[in-house]
Design a protein. Structure first.
Length: 290
């Protein structure tokens, strides 16, 4: 049997909070119990929001939680060529196309399609499904726009991608034992999702799928908020010929108003709690791991 490999993959765009503590401790302890490996991956693709001081803080906070990880730590920003290779593979399959609309042009297209009683569909992250028709641009016009330096997003042709991949399933903790591989992927909710931009050669979805395969991750354990993302990751695995790990989507830690903890809504950080004198046993109690 292959050795189980777990991972924790934070983005250094803020300080870790109790939700991260739960995810990191679950993975670390599951790896230990399974006699497996625990890896740390720094998801620092978004160079405008990620900062070295947050990365340093991740190492300190995890050490404070009693977590150790196998070296080397993979930092996504150092592996852009891996994501370019995956994009080239999708391009060779005829599954991606450049779309040149700016965010405000997309917003205008969506507004034009919405009317009272008619809501343009959103993807699981709340972004409007792509309303444009760049998929139909002739190759010569694409080439000319790219050559003239126009910014663009590389989008997945979802209809063709699903045709190529056919029905997909993944293995999920909590699935019935008689059908452990039976979680249907249903990635169409994402529409023609962005996989890269001119200035950033990958999106979160592509990078995480490629990295989990390259790092030999056998178990992806992450928050329920990423359940819909797994639908898309399963599709990308199939298209890229990558293995599909086992998935578990754990409960989320909520704030006083019932919202999931988030850096963007000012969740209290682990370091703040530490400075206030909260100890590890207290942290474990607060996240239901006592
Ligand atoms: N980097 C993602 C985050 O911080 C997590 C990615 C994952 O676990 O797949 O939310």
């Amino acid at each position: 049997m292959t050795q189980p490999v777990f991972r924790f993959a934070p983005s250094p765009n803020g300080h870790l909070h109790l939700g991260h503590a739960l995810s990191a401790l679950l993975n670390f302890e599951m790896a230990r119990e399974a006699g497996g490996k625990f890896l740390l991956r720094i998801e620092d693709i978004d160079s405008t929001r990620c900062k070295p001081e947050f990365e340093q803080a991740i190492y300190e906070d995890l050490a404070w939680l009693g977590i150790t990880w196998s070296e080397p730590v993979r930092r996504q920003s150092g592996h852009l060529e891996d994501y370019c290779r995956a994009l080239a593979q999708l391009e060779a399959l005829g599954l991606i196309y450049p779309a040149f609309e700016s965010r405000s042009e997309i917003a205008a297209l969506v507004a034009a399609r919405e009317s009272p009683g008619h809501h343009w569909p959103r993807d699981p992250d709340g972004a409007p499904l792509y309303p444009g028709s760049a998929r139909l641009l002739p190759a010569s016009e694409r080439a000319q726009r790219i050559a003239s330096g126009q910014p663009y997003a590389l989008r997945l042709d979802m209809v063709r991608a699903i045709e190529q991949a056919r029905a997909l399933f993944w293995s999920e903790t909590g699935a019935p034992p008689e059908a452990p591989e039976a979680m249907p992927a249903a990635p169409e909710a994402w529409g023609d999702v962005v996989l890269a931009r001119k200035e950033t050669p990958t999106s979160y979805h592509l990078a995480v799928t490629v990295d989990d395969a390259l790092q030999g991750i056998t178990h992806v354990v992450r928050g329920q908020d990423l359940f819909a993302a797994t639908r898309l990751h399963r599709l990308l695995q199939a298209l890229l010929g990558l293995p599909s790990p086992h998935y578990g989507h754990h409960r989320l830690i909520l704030d006083g108003e019932g919202r999931k903890l988030a850096k963007s809504t000012g969740a209290v950080s682990l370091r703040q709690l530490r400075q206030e004198g909260v100890d590890l046993a207290d942290i474990r109690r607060r996240i239901g791991l006592a």
